[in-house]
Design a protein around this ligand. Structure first.
Ligand SMILES: [Zn+2]
Ligand SMILES: [Zn+2]
Length: 274
């Protein structure tokens, strides 16, 4: 994967190919106007379950075609990368499977949005709290701890299977889980899971994303600021500066042209202070 040489990059963005609200061209214009040196497209991958947010397999060739055009258009001005945010569902479906490994992508983001319920049915735990609350009650038998533990189990299995470069928003479940139980992130078992994910991701040499998409509307980054100090292993001589833009990448996960850089500067300044 091409690494940034400055703070002006973003590897996580969405367009009309999935649930983004603008064309690839409109996003590229906004990124260039914002001074980005590296701009990565990362549509939600095709997926084995019904989902309005994900691109279809049929659209994949068209995505590559459009990406090639934009990459050429910005040649010498902005490095445009063709990525994908790939959903992990199980050991049978995730970034590691041949289908995704054989796509000519510049990089892959591995993300968990779907969490299997007690019957193995994957439910989308991302998005609006109202829907999550309904799934929690009717889909997961009201067992919040089950959902959260399963989410991190999926994260760990995805990391173990590999096949991707960037670990996407690895505590995303906390957005909805913390609304159901505001104390959940303070609990010992929860923090142990977070440490497990961080340790495994770093052992595998993954890039770990700090996702800034919801820093204003939900007032949080993914992973949450309270987790950031755990990303830095001082016993190994790591510092915020030694990780920032190297192991830790700051991505906006933009779905709109006016949000290409949203929250990134705030996150960078905050991380530097650690
Ligand atoms: Zn995502
Ligand atoms: Zn995304």
């Amino acid at each position: 994967m091409i690494l940034p040489s400055s703070e002006l990059y973003n590897y996580h963005s969405h367009t009309q190919f999935c649930d983004g609200r603008a064309s690839m061209e409109e996003m590229a214009v906004a990124a260039f106007d914002c001074g980005m040196e590296i701009w990565g497209f990362s549509p939600h991958s095709p997926i084995a379950v019904e989902s309005k947010c994900n691109m279809t397999k049929e659209d994949v060739p068209r995505y590559f075609e459009e990406a090639r055009k934009i990459t050429d258009r910005y040649s010498g001005k902005m490095k445009v990368l063709t990525g994908m945010e790939i959903d992990f569902l199980s050991s049978d479906f995730g970034p590691h499977i041949d289908y995704f490994q054989n796509l000519p992508l510049d990089y892959r983001i591995g993300s968990v949005h779907f969490v299997p319920n007690q019957d193995g049915v994957p439910l989308d735990c991302d998005g609006r709290y109202e829907r999550f609350a309904m799934y929690l009650k009717d889909g997961y038998q009201g067992d919040l701890r089950y959902v959260v533990e399963k989410f991190y189990e999926q994260e760990l299995m995805m990391i173990e299977r590999g096949g991707f470069d960037i670990l996407g928003h690895f505590d995303k479940i906390a957005a909805n889980a913390s609304l159901a139980d505001p104390t959940i992130e303070e609990q010992g078992w929860y923090q142990a899971l977070i440490d497990d994910v961080i340790r495994n991701a770093k052992d595998r040499g993954l890039f770990i994303e700090i996702n800034t998409k919801s820093c204003f509307d939900k007032k949080r980054f993914f992973p949450s600021c309270s987790i950031w100090p755990r990303l830095i292993d001082k016993s190994k001589g790591e510092t915020a500066a030694s990780l920032l833009h190297k192991t830790v990448l700051i991505n906006s996960d933009a779905h709109y042209p006016d949000k290409v850089n949203l929250g990134r500067e705030e996150a960078i300044e905050r991380f530097k202070k650690l």
